[in-house]
Write a protein that binds this ligand. Structure first.
Ligand code: IMP
Ligand code: MG
Length: 341
């Protein structure tokens, strides 16, 4: 029996430090399973364990703390990249026997990748991992499931969950197939309700951890993030200090001031109860404190004034939100109210 499910989702355009939050929660030892519900190796999760940095693309972060790690039915698998990741984790000393794949997950073929490279990558700036063509074939009911691929047989999941479950989001609210700036989106459901595709009722969801940053970044094409952002010296300074380069693609991410109007919508639609705002230290190093509120650029004097502004705006606009935490460490999160629901 499942006792409860906690979900961690991105509230922006991906790259909001979900990996850090999930690894931190997994470390608590409270969870029996850590599961991914969407996406494939388009994601890049950077995690620090014992001062060593690891980058994963598909395997859930439970693996770093010896917890069964499930790749769910809503995910898509690139066999070659999955096996490379398993080898990398094995060589790093982790027990990869704990990694399981839903037999219902779909497989990304070489043809999907070719098509993505030749078509979607050029027009939409995708990660070129074959994601859109693979999901198109899934929903067109002509795809191939993981259960049909011999080499993935040892990894098949028995489709059972029990105890405490942690679900790890990929990408973010504004890349969601329904809520993002279509067609500049990914092809899956990034909102927490998508986690129910793992096979549990929405009534079991307890805490929703929402991840965001103190400034916005966008990797890939999006008219909401015009190229002109790349010639704003203040924003470039933030991008450099924050090392805003894609973990999957190596591309420079377009950076903008935190759009709190969009953050409010993401918090309220996702049902976020615990908000984790990362990378305030980057703004401090740049000594730049601005945000967009009611479509107007607001200048704050210092980091404290910026935090106070964020706290006040969100408390007035987000009725489900119980706690806001500011995190400046790449390895840990302090002040999470993990018992509150
Ligand atoms: P796709 O998921 O590769 O089809 O890419 C669609 C859009 O989502 C592109 O703009 C990508 O740059 C973006 N994207 C996909 N995955 C991630 C991610 O994990 N972090 C940030 N952006 C992503
Ligand atoms: Mg990422």
């Amino acid at each position: 029996m499942i006792s409860y499910v906690d979900v961690c989702c991105g509230l922006a355009w991906g790259d909001e430090a979900k990996g850090k939050i999930v690894a931190y929660l997994a470390k608590s030892g409270r969870y029996d399973y850590v599961c991914r519900w969407a996406g494939g190796n388009n994601a890049g999760h950077t995690v620090h364990v014992n001062n060593i940095q690891y980058v994963t693309h598909l395997v859930p972060s439970g693996i770093f703390y010896d917890i069964p790690s499930i790749i769910g039915p809503g995910c898509v698998i690139n066999e070659e990249s999955f096996k490379k990741e398993i080898e990398y984790l094995q060589n790093s000393g982790f027990n990869t026997g704990l990694v399981k794949i839903s037999p219902k997950a779909h497989v990304v073929s070489d043809k999907h990748i070719e098509e993505d490279k030749n078509k979607y990558y050029k027009t939409q700036g995708t990660t070129a991992k074959g994601i859109a063509p693979c999901y198109r074939d899934k929903f067109g009911r002509i795809g191939t499931r993981a259960e049909n691929i011999t080499s993935l047989k040892p990894y098949m999941w028995d489709e059972k969950l029990s105890g405490a479950v942690l679900c790890e989001g990929a990408q973010g609210f504004w890349l969601d197939i329904d809520y993002g700036n279509y067609p500049y989106v990914t092809s899956s459901t990034t909102l927490p309700y998508g986690a129910c595709s793992l096979g549990f009722s929405p009534r079991l969801i307890r805490t929703i951890y929402g991840a965001a940053k103190m400034y916005d970044t966008r990797s890939g094409t999006d008219p909401d993030f015009p190229e002109t952002l790349l010639s704003n010296p203040d924003l470039l300074c933030i991008a450099d200090i924050g090392q805003e380069y894609g973990a999957t693609t190596g591309r420079r991410r377009k950076t903008n001031w935190l759009n709190i109007d969009k953050l409010i919508q993401a918090i309220n639609t996702s049902g976020t109860t615990q908000l984790i705002m990362s990378k305030g230290d980057v703004l401090e190093e740049a000594n730049l404190y601005r945000l967009i509120f009611d479509s107007v650029l607001v200048e704050c004097k210092n980091i404290n004034e910026m935090k106070e502004t964020i706290n006040e705006v969100l408390r007035n606009s987000c009725p489900l939100l119980l706690n806001i935490v500011y995190s400046t460490s790449p390895e840990t999160v302090t002040g999470l109210d993990s018992e509150k629901s």
